[in-house]
Design a protein around this ligand. Structure first.
Ligand code: UT7
Length: 333
């Protein structure tokens, strides 16, 4: 039996906003942003929505897999920035691409969302409930950031990435002897630290409500706390996943990590005692797109032919919640 990714896709808004553009909006500089984060530019929506980006990414993933939308069993969209509270984005995507028989729902684990969705779909497919799934990370974070707060608005971008995952009865053994498909997954959360990275929703407003504290409707973050959490928790959860799968860091060909900060990725590589060349990055061009970063990077690597059959990948990330996760898979597409 194999449960493996057979198609990837992504969609980014056309508008490129450079660090120099940001410096015209808030008191910042290209030098500060590059040095502290590794980001040079990001894509910002001028009209694209979470669902329109997600639908485009899904269509590309399906086209690569050579599958029809009508055959999709499950659509799981990870997002923390949907354009509507109801209906969920996955139902909007289902309608947009014509996947009329698919079960569709959203999942919010912020930047860990794509991993949580991938692992959820994997668990469903292991039980035999669904034979395939579109798993999406899509965000328009530009509407959640305070464009007067330089400590957050320079970090984020908009975009979507998707994978199509399929179940097959037969094992697929790669030339290097590895069995293609997902091998192991680990997920975790620490809600006690939730407010270090948060964004408010609508406050309680009804004729009976007591007076409430004003809700802050933009992303606010204690960057250093998130940084400490990420540099400790990401390597720990990768090690945990590797231990569970009886593997070591040396058995991994590529670490596809959440693209939040180049310094976080460098620190993870160092803590794992692994070569930084195994940690592909694209955040210089697109910034942090929360749940979309991992599937967009995966799609980029796939389309650039940087993923070989039999390569072992660790996907890992962290985010608001606080949440974290890792999935290990052998590439078989
Ligand atoms: O997907 C998860 C999302 N979150 C993260 O991954 C965040 C993880 N944390 C980080 O990446 C880093 O903590 C940041 C990049 C957010 C910040 O870097 P830092 O090295 O931790 O900087 P800092 O917050 O300690 O700020 C240092 C200085 C401060 O000035 P003072 O107090 O030293 O005078 C800030 O006010 O840099 C200032 N600063 C800026 N300066 C220019 C903060 N933002 C900016 C800015 N441009 N955009």
């Amino acid at each position: 039996m194999a449960i493996k990714i057979t198609g990837t896709g992504s969609a980014l808004p056309e508008k490129i906003v450079t660090n120099f553009d940001m410096a015209e909006i808030v008191e910042t500089s290209d030098e500060w942003i590059r040095e502290r984060t590794g980001i040079a530019e990001r894509r910002i929506s001028t009209g694209d929505t979470v669902s329109s980006l997600a639908a485009k990414a899904c269509e590309k993933a399906l086209a690569m897999a050579g599958r029809d939308a009508a055959d999709v069993d499950l659509i799981l969209v990870a997002t923390c920035s949907p354009e509507l509270l109801l209906p969920c984005c996955a139902c909007q995507v289902q309608s947009a691409i014509g996947a009329h028989k698919a079960v569709a729902f959203d999942l919010n684990a912020a930047c860990s969302g794509f991993l949580f969705a991938l692992n959820t779909a994997y668990a469903y497919m292991q039980t035999g409930l669904y034979k395939n799934a579109l798993i999406v990370g899509s965000e328009v974070l530009s509407k959640l950031v305070d464009w007067t707060d330089r400590s957050t608005c320079v970090l984020f971008g908009d975009g979507a990435g998707a994978v199509f995952m399929e179940f097959s009865q037969e094992d697929e053994i790669c030339e290097n002897g590895r069995k293609a498909g997902i091998e192991c997954m680990v997920m975790g959360a620490d809600g006690t630290k939730g407010m270090v990275l948060a964004c408010g929703e609508r406050g309680l407003e009804n004729p009976y409500a007591k007076e409430q504290e004003a809700v802050h409707p933009y992303v606010h973050m204690d960057g250093q706390e998130v940084y400490k959490f990420a540099t400790r928790q990401v390597p720990a959860c990768i090690k945990d996943a590797l231990d569970k799968a009886n593997l070591t860091v040396e058995d991994v060909d590529l670490f596809v990590l959440h693209q939040a900060n180049v310094r976080i990725i460098e620190s993870v590589a160092k803590r794992l005692k692994s070569d930084l060349s195994k940690f592909p990055m694209n955040l210089d061009k697109i910034g942090n797109m929360s749940s979309a970063t991992i599937p967009v990077l995966l799609d980029e690597l796939n389309r650039d032919k940087k993923l070989k059959k039999g390569d072992r990948l660790v996907l890992s990330g962290f985010g608001a919640g606080l949440t974290y996760g890792a999935s290990i898979l052998v590439w078989g597409a």
